[in-house]
Ligand binder design. Structure first.
Ligand SMILES: Cc1ncc(COP(=O)(O)O)c(C=O)c1O
Length: 386
């Protein structure tokens, strides 16, 4: 028996008669040329590379503080019972969400992050040849999900102000359209579409089109014109509203997201998801987080304060950015590669988009914001205008 599959080991020389495997024939053609999701640089990687201990990871829109104390305490109580499978239907968490949002729990589905729900919805509804409409740039998972299930990705460019162009998206809908993803606020630009724009978009939309409103950054929005997707959700029309515990609740590491969807779709999602898709620690931590809305409000204020401070630094330095409704800011630059590297040399990890003329930075805590402004200041000194 072979005892090593390390470098140099060749299974074909082991006498099993194994010929070159035709992986292209084995793996679905939809995956041809697809690249795995790249989450950006890890802080530990940058620490090792740069030798700096004070690396600031501002590339994934995480909240800077840890989870809520009530969540940690409740999570701790579950640890000694991890020999048991979690509740596969997330009953207690769904009941808490139902109470919090005033929507019956039969419409609520919980996922291993809202990311999982995006994929499960795709798996439940998309057939080869269908079309999926979404804005671009927007959340990178939408095109992946479309492709994964053999659907055609139809990208509609954002407006010059980096906002959803809902009339153009509406015009892109045809008889092959099965899903429209609307990211509000939009990642990576932080912009929102308004209630009027949303209502106009929905008028006369064919009923075979499922509208998926992704509100991962819902809690950070403070704008009277923002359309809370739940106000349109009635359990009948083909509309899904997705939210997450990964952002303001600081539970990104536990992977808990949730969605409001009509019952037939929830049933379909239940059929395609794994039986125990959300761990018990995550379920409990999420449910107890909901109890502390005072902390949510404090974090909303803190985010707004730090964002405003960041803007003033950018204004002083002549840096262009898109005012954001979320916990990140889209910085416009003609030299994204150089600016990214310069920030990295200052120990700040931004999110880059290849050669697209922008970088995204997560809003962080007060000390961090000072460091970010300082890092930009040195970048401008180093590169001239950016
Ligand atoms: C717009 C948007 N939707 C969904 C997600 C997925 O979040 P999670 O799977 O952590 O709930 C993210 C994460 O960054 C996001 O930006």
């Amino acid at each position: 028996m072979r005892d090593s599959l390390g470098p140099g080991a060749d299974p074909r020389s082991e006498g099993g008669g194994l010929q070159d495997v035709n992986w292209d024939a084995l793996i679905r053609s939809e995956l041809d040329g697809m690249r795995p999701y790249e989450p950006g640089l890890r802080a530990s990687e940058v620490r090792e590379r740069s030798g700096r201990a004070d690396v600031l990871k501002l590339s994934s829109n995480e909240y800077p503080d840890g989870p809520f104390p009530s969540a940690l305490e409740a999570a701790g109580r579950v640890l000694s019972r991890l020999n048991r499978y979690p509740d596969g239907s997330c009953r207690a968490l769904r009941a808490r969400l139902a109470e919090r949002w005033g929507v019956d729990e039969r419409f609520i589905s919980v996922g291993n992050g809202s990311n999982e729900l995006i994929r499960l919805i795709g798996q439940a509804v998309l057939r080869p040849g269908d079309e999926v409409v979404y804005a671009w740039p927007s959340f990178v998972v939408y095109p992946t999900v479309a492709r994964l299930f053999g659907a055609k990705a139809v990208q509609v460019p954002l407006t010059a102000e980096q906002r959803h162009d809902l009339p153009a998206m509406r015009a892109a809908v045809n008889e092959r359209t099965r899903v429209v993803f609307l990211c509000n606020p939009n990642n990576p630009t932080g912009t929102i579409y308004t209630r009027d724009e949303f209502e106009a978009f929905l008028v006369g939309l064919p009923e075979q089109v499922l509208v998926v409103v992704d509100e991962a950054y819902f809690e950070f929005v403070d704008d009277a014109d923002y359309p809370d997707g739940l106000r349109t959700f009635d359990g009948v029309r083909p509309l899904v509203v997705l939210r997450t515990f990964s952002k303001i609740y600081s539970l990104a590491g536990l992977r808990v997201g949730y969605g409001f969807m009509p019952e037939p779709l929830k049933r379909a999602v239940d059929c395609v998801r794994e039986p125990f898709n959300v761990g018990s620690v995550g379920q409990v931590a999420a449910a107890f987080s909901l109890d502390d809305q005072t902390e949510v409000a404090r974090r909303q204020r803190e985010n707004l304060e730090q964002k405003t401070y960041l803007y003033s630094g950018f204004d002083r330095l002549g840096i262009r950015y898109i005012p954001s409704h979320a916990n990140f800011v889209y910085v416009l630059t003609e030299r994204p590669v150089e600016v990214f590297e310069s920030l990295l040399s200052e120990g700040v990890i931004a999110r880059d988009f290849g050669t697209a003329p922008a970088l995204r930075l997560t809003v962080s805590a007060a000390n961090d914001t000072d460091r970010v402004v300082e890092a930009f200041s040195r970048t401008v000194a180093r590169l001239g205008s950016i």
